[in-house]
Design a protein around this ligand. Sequence first.
Ligand code: AMP
Ligand code: MG
Length: 336
Amino acid sequence: MSGGVIIGIESTAHTLSIGSVNSSGEPSSSHSSFFRPESGGIHPREAADHHAENAGRLVKEFLQSGIDSNSIEAIAFSQGPGLGPCLRVGASVARALGTKWDVPIVGVNHCVAHIEIGRQQCQMDDPVLLYVSGGNTQVITRMSGRYRVLGETLDIGIGNMLDKFARQQDLPFPGGPKIEMLAKDWLMQNPDADLDDYQLPYAVQGMDLAFSGLFTAACRLVDRGADLGAVCWSLQEHSFAASIEVAERAMAHTGKDELLLGGGVACNQRLRDMSSIMCDEREGSLGVPAREFCVDNGSMIATLGQLQLQNTGPTKIQLSGINQSLRTDETNITWE
Ligand code: AMP
Ligand code: MG
């Protein structure tokens, strides 16, 4: 059968998610289950156990949401990058469903999936992507048939940095939304705040970024008695400004005038507002997908799976092994 539904399975880190795309390329809402560590960061084995325990239920729920299993054309899954044990669960579910329904599987690059769902949702042709998630922070654009990484974090991802800072302050995981709220509330009460009073290191190094120094300095500010809300505000201002500066330089170097946001941190309204100001100043345009398509989701995996299936075909079972360090620029982009 051709022109059916493609199912997408996402399992790179804390999120197990199942979504789909129909024959016209429209993504569905995804059904997701989030691993939340009781304390500390994400332990890959524990997250993988969560995925394995919830996969059967999620697949059942997803099919009950109105998917006819006879209309399924292929199963796409995140092949990398991500946490090995988590990726293995997603790949195993994909192989099992492919065998059960006798349909091909398609292994896809998680980072490229963020770009393609964003391009599709925001109807952008050739954007620079600012990809800000838990584990990844990259500025990416298409050049000579690949998505090239023009700049990236040299240490931890911006989301991990926010989560780590939150954990240090006894705020629940994920820390990003909580930090956003504290920063916003504090600024409302202190509208004349001056960033000079809460200075942190600036995270830009050429076209790259680094966030661990920022994390340490922010913890130190709190230890010295600064208001937590003020430090949350300063942390956002510094880390977002640095990320947007690199994205702006990428736009200037490549002559591209579209900026697309992706990844969980792109849910942040302050990041969206700062990106919008930069794009306005350059007379460029900003694409911000709905929050359900910024965070990790199964439908983005299905969207890229459909493009790959149409252009390069399915993934042979013997080539369907996961690759936890798969790079954004390792995937050939054969579609426009
Ligand atoms: P992802 O890895 O793309 O699924 O995104 C997860 C990351 O996004 C986590 O590090 C969250 O803390 C972060 N995140 C989610 N919502 C927000 C927000 N409103 N502001 C900042 N970070 C956020
Ligand atoms: Mg992601």
